[in-house]
Write a protein that binds this ligand. Structure first.
Ligand code: MG
Ligand code: MG
Ligand code: MG
Length: 305
């Protein structure tokens, strides 16, 4: 039985591309591994896979009894069903260490960089395995996506160096232009349901015993969302009604480099204590805030303590 390489729930480009790349690398190291994802590609990811002619991984939502490699996460709330009876053989990630545990030693590559793809690029180099050009192109896009074309505070020199080398392998002359093209695809909201948009890049967290959901939409111009903000608010209220203390949606303007946060909470004052801003109503502009992982989750974790 092949080991399953799988990323987090509501898969983004990094979690899908990293599953594909890591499965390729593990296979070339003699470990039988296949890529999987906990859902279909978003329009951004579909654009990337299409651009480089790479197939989407199969969708897997239950991993009971399977051997696993986790990519782009290591916490149980982001994991598929059946983790109790699954065996985690390895983790490649760039988030804080989560609560997944193992009964045997595992191969863990967890680096404080902007993207799991950057870690995998370095794994290929470490094992002396050549990166197929199509996979190099996909990893390059994952890094541009996670680092918001190098603008996110999560971006490191290692991410920039990886993009430079991957661009050469993939034959991409202008990575920034490709990144902008990708973000324009990502910005398109026409035809998507409010549920799709809220969950497109969404994570639930346990904050001091309270269930808190944080979603993010990254667009090249916030004005594109003006017509749908009320619809998004209604959807957030519905999601909160499923048993959450709070649901926040970051509407990130990648050109203005900040986020408007839509707030639905039992206690909106957590936003004031998390960010030191006064907010009236159910929305606040957070200048400079681009990264949920680095600039939002830690602040809320403190505020909920
Ligand atoms: Mg991710
Ligand atoms: Mg990532
Ligand atoms: Mg992201």
């Amino acid at each position: 039985m092949s080991a399953v390489v799988i990323g987090h729930m509501n898969p983004d480009t990094d979690s899908i591309v990293s599953a594909i790349a890591a499965a390729d690398l593990y296979s070339k190291r003699g470990v039988d591994a296949i890529p999987a994802a906990q859902g279909a590609p978003t329009p951004e990811t579909a654009f990337v896979l299409d651009r480089f002619g790479v197939a989407a991984p199969r969708i897997v939502n239950d991993v009971a009894g399977q051997e696993l490699f986790l990519v782009d996460f290591s916490d149980l709330p982001q994991a598929p069903a059946g983790m109790d009876s699954a065996t985690v053989l390895g983790i490649v990630d760039h988030h804080k260490l989560g609560d997944v545990t193992t009964s045997s030693p595992l191969e863990a590559w967890i680096w404080p960089v902007g993207c799991t793809g950057t870690v995998i690029k370095n794994m290929y180099d470490f094992y002396g395995v050549e990166i197929p050009p199509a996979i190099a192109g996909c990893i390059l896009c994952a890094i541009l996506s996670d680092t918001v074309i190098f603008k996110s505070p999560t971006c490191t020199d290692a991410d920039k160096k990886a993009v430079e080398e991957l661009a050469r392998i993939a034959g991409v002359d202008d990575p920034v232009a490709l990144g902008m093209e990708m973000f324009r695809v990502k910005s398109a909201v026409d035809g998507a349901s409010m549920t799709d948009l809220v969950f497109r890049d969404y994570k639930d967290f346990d904050m001091n015993g309270k269930k808190v959901g944080i979603g993010q939409l990254e667009v090249v111009d916030l004005a594109m969302l003006d017509d749908i903000k009320n619809g998004l608010r209604e959807e957030l209220a519905r999601v909160k009604g499923e048993g959450r203390h709070s649901v926040f949606l970051l509407l990130t303007d990648i050109m203005k480099e900040g986020s408007e946060m839509l707030i639905v909470s039992d206690d909106p004052s957590v936003v004031e204590s998390a960010f030191g801003v006064s907010c009236e109503g159910d929305t606040v502009w957070l200048p400079g805030v681009m990264s949920r992982k680095k600039q939002v989750v830690p602040n809320f974790e403190k505020a909920f303590k």
